[in-house]
Design a protein around this ligand. Structure first.
Ligand code: C5P
Length: 134
């Protein structure tokens, strides 16, 4: 059996009121309907920060500068067919207004309410770190 490792990078955008952005995975994607911290797969040759800058622009239409991305923790989760490693960054400064550019729903949520939103199993352990931080 081959072991498949997938590297995804995610970001908690935090607004001035301390609320965190989560986005809903759209129909047609794996885990559709679940809420996640925005991000995406790290492409070969990319640094995780570059991936986030690219994904946040593509998915949400916001511009982030690399020094504004602070690493917080990472998720490590064994799915049936691959193992996911997912660093989580926090970002409090960006340019532009968040827009669901791929038609995805998004919400700004207080950290203590994040558990009200069903998330992929890899994302759930990240919530406690955000609650501690914020
Ligand atoms: O977003 P994308 O579909 O490219 O991510 C690849 C896989 O990583 C998903 O199928 C999902 O299983 C997992 N994932 C996750 N939590 C996220 C993003 C992705 O568990 N926030």
């Amino acid at each position: 059996m081959t072991f498949r490792l997938v590297l995804v990078v995610a970001c908690a955008l935090v607004d001035p009121d301390g609320r965190v952005l989560i986005a809903q995975r759209p129909e047609g994607k794996a885990l559709a309907g679940l809420w996640e911290f925005p991000g995406g797969k790290v492409e070969p040759g990319e640094r995780p920060e570059q991936t986030l800058i690219r994904e946040l622009a593509e998915e949400l239409g916001v511009a982030v500068e690399e020094p504004c991305l602070a690493p917080l923790t990472f998720a490590s989760h064994a799915y049936d067919d691959f193992h996911l490693l997912m660093p989580l960054y926090v970002c409090r400064r960006w340019e532009g207004t968040v827009t669901g550019r791929e038609g995805q729903a998004f919400r700004w949520v207080r950290p203590d309410r994040l558990r009200d939103f069903p998330m992929p199993p890899a994302d759930e352990p990240l919530i406690a770190h955000l609650v501690d931080l914020l």
